[in-house]
Design a protein around this ligand. Structure first.
Ligand code: HEM
Ligand code: HEM
Length: 155
């Protein structure tokens, strides 16, 4: 496979935007969870549906990736290529785990899952920030077209 498909590119940017939206809407979730579990409150903060959509989109993304494949890293030594592949696997794992733990806390009432959810979500944001910085470095310093192929589909 030479590049990412139109659907893979659309899903990449949509998930990125919605993960940032999950991040922005997280405030007060600790209180909302306590209200739900202790007082039986039935309000649903925006954070919940946004996070669930992220989970669903990531599952679709992974199915598409197994079906369509993904291009090899554009440039770099064998070690750097492996780092890119494992970095992307780590991002996928965190993108699944963060909302899954959120759902376990919200729907399953598991308090410990809520604490883990916070830690995993923080890790996801840090790794995603590093990932975005690396993508920009590839594009503008190494000039190897890494960012271009996440913007322009190629079959
Ligand atoms: C990628 C998706 C998500 C991200 C990045 C994310 C991020 C966060 C962050 C950063 C917090 C910490 C808030 C604090 O400072 O107390 C939080 C809390 C929380 N989130 Fe999410 N979240 C996501 C998806 C979800 C989903 C799908 C649900 C439930 C259906 C959910 C439910 C909760 C709950 C219940 C808390 C409070 C946890 C606690 O205080 O123990 N989140 N989320
Ligand atoms: C929450 C934010 C983000 C997440 C979770 C994320 C996640 C991912 C993942 C998992 C891949 C691997 C795709 C695959 O091979 O199936 C990827 C690829 C890519 N991402 Fe992101 N991304 C995010 C934001 C960004 C941003 C802001 C940029 C640009 C500044 C960016 C640029 C790229 C590029 C260029 C690729 C292709 C890398 C390659 O061809 O080797 N991403 N992203």
């Amino acid at each position: 496979m030479k590049g990412y498909s139109r659907a893979q590119i659309a899903l990449h940017w949509l998930t990125a935007v919605l993960i940032v939206a999950s991040w922005i809407t997280h405030e007060d979730m600790g209180r909302a969870l306590r209200a739900r579990l202790v007082e039986g409150a039935d309000a649903t903060p925006l954070h919940v549906p946004i996070g669930i959509i992220v989970f669903v989109l990531v599952v679709i993304r992974l199915a598409l990736r197994f079906w369509q494949g993904a291009p090899e890293p554009v440039s770099g030594s064998p070690v750097m290529r492996q780092a890119a592949i494992w970095g992307h696997r780590l991002l996928y794992a965190l993108m699944l785990l963060a909302p899954a733990l959120g759902m376990a806390a919200w729907f399953g009432g598991i308090r410990e899952a809520g604490e883990l959810h916070e830690a995993v979500s923080n890790a996801l944001m840090l790794v995603a920030l590093a990932h975005a910085a690396l993508a920009i470095w590839h594009q503008y310093w190494l000039r190897d077209g890494t960012l271009t192929r996440m913007l322009r589909p190629e079959s």
